[in-house]
Design a binder for this molecule. Structure first.
Ligand code: PLP
Length: 361
């Protein structure tokens, strides 16, 4: 028996990611094409332009990557009209969550999270031996009034996924303005905008960059979703220079690999690919809403590339039956949402196959 120094570790339920395609094929001995609609990835492969950049970098794999992500920092700072010193890159935006916790909290501090939301906030906070205050969602949306009520001088970070995963809902600019006014000077508001590009044109979606000057705010975005680079792991944080500098101190020196950096530099300027993804997602979403609702299921309206669906029946059984048909969705019991699945929007043929299979099972 090993004695854990941090008893919080015992409270952690190991994160179960969506099943990989190869695993499903192996376990169920499936010969036909398996489709994954489980992890909110981009269903499209990276563009030829991005693949070209990756190939050009292959010969340099004997070298360590650029620890400062110079070219990527330049590309993203130009896109956001910020200084390169306002940016930090991570092995996925997930890593920025961990860097923020390492840099700005110590044992016994408090964080505030919603539930259900992206599970990593709670898991990473427990690993840091922090006290996690939980605020339930209200009508599948963040309840910022209740979250503000939980603020205290011990609160070091408040995590807000905007849009949220698994619901796909978002908090508006007005709601966020109101919340920000209540946040003290020693608290960081962590705005996780992993699905920013899908949501930015939604009605009243906040322009979060404006908070950077006056407040302790860290905004994260990712290359895993709209830019179709989930397998390479690269995301970034935006904040005031002093916050970025503190997170750089606790960062592993070569945390973003060189293929990810090369791909991301190219992807940032690939507007054609971004438009294609947005179009595919918008059409797919309308198709899925219409068909799911006509089957009698409730969909939570989503500002992202996925939909939370209330099947109102045994979702575990339906999940398993869909798996046998070569379709991987996410069953939501892990989030405490019994009877729900979350489905990532696919290509039109994937969406159709999913609806057909759902009807059959
Ligand atoms: C809300 C949210 N934040 C962060 C992430 C992690 O993204 P990354 O691949 O950049 O680590 C995800 C991934 O699903 C997410 O849903």
């Amino acid at each position: 028996m090993i004695r854990l120094a941090n008893k919080n570790i015992l409270k952690i339920r190991t994160y179960k990611p969506g099943k990989p395609i190869e695993e499903v094929k192996r376990e169920l001995r499936l010969k036909d094409r398996v489709i994954k609609m489980a992890s909110n990835e981009n269903t499209l492969s990276p563009s030829r332009r991005v693949l070209g950049a990756i190939k050009r970098k292959l010969n340099d794999l004997n070298r360590y990557p650029d620890g400062g992500c110079f070219y990527l920092k330049r590309a993203v700072s130009t896109m956001l009209r910020l200084e390169p010193e306002n940016l930090i890159f991570g092995n996925g935006s997930d890593e920025i969550i961990i860097l923020a916790l390492k840099a700005f909290t110590k044992k016994g501090d408090e964080v505030i999270v919603a539930r259900p939301t992206f599970l990593i906030y709670e898991i990473a906070s427990l690993i840091q031996d922090l006290k996690v205050k939980v605020v339930p969602l209200k009508g599948f949306r963040y309840d910022l009034d209740k979250m503000a009520e939980k603020l205290s001088e011990k609160t070091k970070i408040v995590f807000i996924a905007n849009p949220d995963n698994p619901t796909g809902s978002y908090v508006t600019g007005k709601e966020l303005d109101c919340f920000m006014k209540k946040v003290g000077k020693d608290t960081i508001v962590f705005l996780d905008e992993a699905y920013y590009e899908f949501a930015k044109n939604m009605k009243n979606y906040p322009k979060s960059i404006k908070y950077l000057k006056a407040k302790n705010v860290i905004i994260t975005r990712t290359f895993s979703k709209i830019y179709a680079l989930a397998g390479l792991r690269v995301g970034y944080g935006v904040a005031r220079k002093e916050l970025i500098s503190a997170m750089n101190k606790v960062r592993e020196p070569f945390n973003v690999n060189s293929l990810a950096q090369a791909a991301a530099v190219e992807a940032v300027n690939d507007n054609k690919f971004v438009s294609k993804t947005l179009k595919l997602t918008a059409t797919g979403k309308q198709y899925l809403y219409k068909n799911l609702e006509s089957l009698g299921y409730d969909c939570v309206k989503s500002a992202t590339n996925f939909i939370l669906v209330n099947l109102k029946r045994n979702s575990k059984l339906i999940y398993r039956k869909l798996l046998k048909k070569g379709i991987i969705v996410r069953e939501m019991s892990q989030w405490g949402l019994k009877g729900f699945i979350r489905v990532t929007i696919g290509t039109m043929s994937e969406n159709k196959r999913f609806i057909k299979a759902l009807k059959e099972v």
